[in-house]
Design a binder for this molecule. Structure first.
Ligand code: GLP
Length: 270
């Protein structure tokens, strides 16, 4: 696991975007797993900038981690009324790059058959050849996607009920700004499972801010537990990169060691 600590959010975002761009350059038809939330916005901005300088997404496929159930991109609603992750992805990244519409996969929050949809989503990932790099954030309660505490670490794409903490966090970050009442927030979501995420060949997790420092330490240095579903990162078999800003890394016991490892690797070209 490469734990990379950068001074601030901008530098962390640039680092993460560079890793993603590396996959796109070395495998133009790569399959990327994408995430939502406030954390990846800086990374997406950087990718858009790289695209304007020539980074080509024309053969890239993307699969999003999750979507609220009961919402989905609704073009009849003004942007600030539509809090779907689909809309978020279009606004923050997808409409700014040359990705083909048919190559974009986001769970359908409007589906009337969620169970069947989840099975099909897993099949689509398989059909695409699996995910080369999964981008991940970290929820305040330690979740990946919407895999709330108690989710099996072998879980697959499914419907998941959200915790009060997740509802509070996402209310603050998104719904409040849109003047949507907390009671109107969707309580269920479709999410890739922890097992689905562990199947991605490589993972890149990004976390910033002092508010997440405790949960980052639990996730990376604590026991692997279904109470912090992102702690399953410790089980991953591929290339694992965790990019943090100093604030998010501030409770890590071994932060100095991680920094030293990065320095040595750079010095030795490893
Ligand atoms: C949501 C998403 C997660 C994301 C998390 C953190 O719950 N489902 O995939 O990692 O929020 O969000 P933020 O980056 O806004 O802190």
């Amino acid at each position: 696991m490469d734990i990379i600590i950068r001074e601030d959010y901008e530098q962390m975002s640039r680092y993460a975007a560079e890793i993603i761009a590396g996959y796109v350059r070395s495998k133009p038809n790569c399959v990327l797993g994408l995430a939502t939330g406030s954390t990846p916005i800086g990374t997406y901005k950087e990718l858009i900038r790289m695209h304007q300088e020539g980074l080509d997404f024309s053969q890239v496929k993307t699969f999003n981690l999750d979507e609220y159930l009961g919402v989905g991109m609704d073009l009849t609603k003004p942007y600030d009324m539509d809090q779907s992750y689909a809309r978020f992805m279009y606004e923050e990244l997808l409409k700014h790059i040359n990705i083909k519409k048919d190559n974009i996969f986001i769970p359908d929050g409007h589906t009337k058959e969620p169970k069947e949809f989840c099975i099909r989503y897993e099949e689509e990932i398989k059909k695409a050849g699996g995910i080369d790099l999964q981008l991940l954030g970290l929820g305040g309660d330690g979740h990946w996607g919407f895999n709330e505490p108690g989710s099996s670490l072998a879980s697959r794409t499914r419907v998941q009920a959200l915790t009060e903490q997740t509802l509070d966090d996402n209310y603050e970050a998104f719904y409040k700004k849109a003047n949507i009442d907390r009671s109107q927030m969707p309580f269920f979501a479709i999410t890739m499972g922890v097992g689905t995420i562990l199947d991605a060949r490589n993972v890149l997790m990004i976390v910033n801010g002092a508010k997440k420092a405790d949960v980052v330490a639990k996730c990376l240095e604590g026991p692997i537990t279904s109470q912090i579903t992102a702690s399953a990162i410790q089980l991953h078999r591929g290339d694992i990169t965790v990019a943090l800003d100093e604030a998010a890394a501030s409770r890590l016991i071994n932060a100095a060691h991680y920094k030293h490892v990065e320095k040595m690797r750079r010095q030795h070209g490893l």
